[in-house]
Design a protein around this ligand. Sequence first.
Ligand code: GAL
Length: 424
Amino acid sequence: MKKFYSLFLLLSLALVVSACSADSKTDSSDGSKDKNSVEIFSWWTGAGEEEGLLALIDQFKENYPDIKVENAAVAGGAGTNAKAVLATRMQGNDPPSTFQVHGGEELNKSWVAADKMTPLNDLYEANGWMDKFPEALIELVSNGDDIYSVPVNVHRGNVMFYNMDVFNEHGIDVPTTLDEFFVVAEKLQAAGVVPLALGDKESWEATMIFENVLAAELGRDGYLQLFAGEIDFTDARVVAAAEKFGKILDYVNEDHASRNWQDSAQLVAEGKAAMINMGDWAKGYFVNDLNLVTNQDFGYFAFPGTVGDFAVITDTFGLPKGIDNVESTKEFLTFLGSVEGQDVFNPLKGSIPARIDADPSKYDDYGKDTMEDFKTAQLFPSLAHGSAASEGFVTKANQAVNIFVTQRDVKNFIDSLQNAAPDM
Ligand code: GAL
């Protein structure tokens, strides 16, 4: 994490289980993969998740008709189930041709450290990518001089989406600080509207709120220091963040534990809740699945207290060691990193392209605004989505958050995080 601390500090100013639609069987009888095939492993299935992936695969198949594609997506937001399936496969020396992995510690501490990935420097050089991806992203997918994956996008995690009719009807102004948020939430609750939608059936949704409150309380630099192990979780600012997180939870829908992220986003779409903190895959869901119009039906603003900051979530794909179809997989990664591939995928996914030379006219106002913000904001890596800390720590933090949501015991919560800190 130290690396990301200095990296984000320096660069931010400058800039279950269901396998889905196997298009074709690519296993041969001895279990090895057909050389002219690629198996793409992700957790992008269902509403708000799969449209971008399917469009990407369709265009790839059109451009590379000789390569068979197997879409091996495993349902469950934020990789809830997929990561366990992937771990089993990697440990059993049965890696997919390529798999979704967040840049940062999830890639580095899980797979690069275990010597399971092939460096992709040659691919970056062959495609002239070194100055096409922001340095901050290349650093996130690198270990030393070796680059280990190709970022397809950047999602923003510190966004609040809101129902514009509800805000208008109740005379609500966009809150920019947590204090303003609490005033707004109180007003909405008194008027019988759920202020904040939450669906924490999978606990990462609540962890996202907590990480954003941490950024609000500690500031971007303090947040980086916390995950670099330079600030303890017992620090008064972290305790204050936990208290404010608890207060925010007073304003969420009662049935939060039975909803996933799509179900909770629907509350905002239907005007039953006013706001939701969700990564901007929710924007893809609103527009492509619920047919809502950006800046007409729903608006967006930075999570209160984090104006000028940008929680980075980047989905990347790499080349595991031990696969038979290296060349076909490299063709897919080449397409994934191309302007064409990124501009097919991201307008549907809700994310912005990872490349700096993609075509802004393909994106709606939200996408254009977010591209601008990404260039100027202070970046910080998401905890819930694997960039700030190791998978082991994220799992423990999610468990601690889950318990906190029901028990609201700040001391117990802080102790659990502090005890897990050596795993960061
Ligand atoms: C994140 C991922 C996003 C989106 C989200 C919800 O971890 O980076 O692309 O899929 O989970 O599942």
